[in-house]
Design a protein around this ligand. Sequence first.
Ligand code: SF4
Ligand code: SF4
Length: 383
Amino acid sequence: MEIVAPFKEIIDAIKASGGDAFKYCYQCGLCDTVCPWNKVRNFSMRRIVREATFGLTEIESEDIWRCTTCGKCPQVCPRNVKQIESGVALRRIATEYDVFPHAVQPIRRVSASLRAEGNPFSEDRSKRAKWAQGLSVRPFVEGMEFLYSPGCYLSYDPRAQKIARATVEILNKAGVDFGILGTGESCCGESIRKTGDEALYKTLARQNIKAFVERGVKKILVSSPHCYHTFRNEYPEFMVHFEVVHISQLIFSLIAEGRLELTKEYGKTVTYHDPCYLGRHNGVYDEPREALKKIPGLELTEMPESRKNSFCCGGGGGRIWMETPKGERFSDLRLDQAVGVGAQVLATSCPYCITNFEDSRLNREDGEAIEIRDITEIIREAI
Ligand code: SF4
Ligand code: SF4
């Protein structure tokens, strides 16, 4: 067992990396009662905090990489221990020492790809706008209302590209003035930051900010809650401010303004999964639900864990790139919940959730019984 050092120096290193708030913990254990990991295996944020306080962190253990940054435990912590930021501080140290346990090793490939091509898939930057070929999508020029930033998954992942195409159809139908950056866009950097690679996050953020400022971007429309979170809440650390709108918010406004008419029947029972980074981290709960409720024939049903108690899909905090064994995947449980409330469609609004849910669906014997859809895909069918 490699222990960094039960010394003051490691406590100082944790503090210097942003983990100072660990010292406020009084070990009540409330964090562990809400953590989704404890539905699939033993895991204790309380213990991680305790060990870090005494400089006893095992940086080679997978435990410091488990937190999906879902945001549930900070909601209940009575001492404001900032488990997410403090947990990322431990990953910063592991990243600095280049210590990655087996399940976390894909991060090395992801980092190299982000550095070289601006995306996590080892795909060419030159292919970033290929998804838009044949669609009515223009390059962004100054004066357009929105820069549409689809993000990495919608640009490259074949399943998620369907969401980008549905989005474009909706925007064009409503007459929204938008353009894209294409090869000028890089990964927003949110997830790699949560793995502790602060330097790479800053590189990506600076690339995007330079591209936005040079082209006169004022409003950014995003599909991923991770882009939403980082453009809105983290890029201001670079002394810039852009108005950031999530597609679910824009769709809600377009319907309310009468610019988007939902005329076609969608006779299915749908349940909506709140992505952590849209819901808990940014408080967007109502717009996606209100938009879905406007669709003729659609019946919206709620899962027991919804809104601020939503159950994490397992993809945040860089976990989307790590290996999670069968039996420990949160998304499998979420599909059980969706099927349990009689939903024919599990709707969400995040490419990580869609990726994890589609994987879980494929592994179910009754996988045909439920569809996984982004809300844009449902709205597109109704216009
Ligand atoms: S909820 Fe907060 S105070 Fe309680 S054990 Fe967890 S980190 Fe410590
Ligand atoms: S943020 Fe979520 S996954 Fe991370 S320790 Fe807290 S409850 Fe668990």
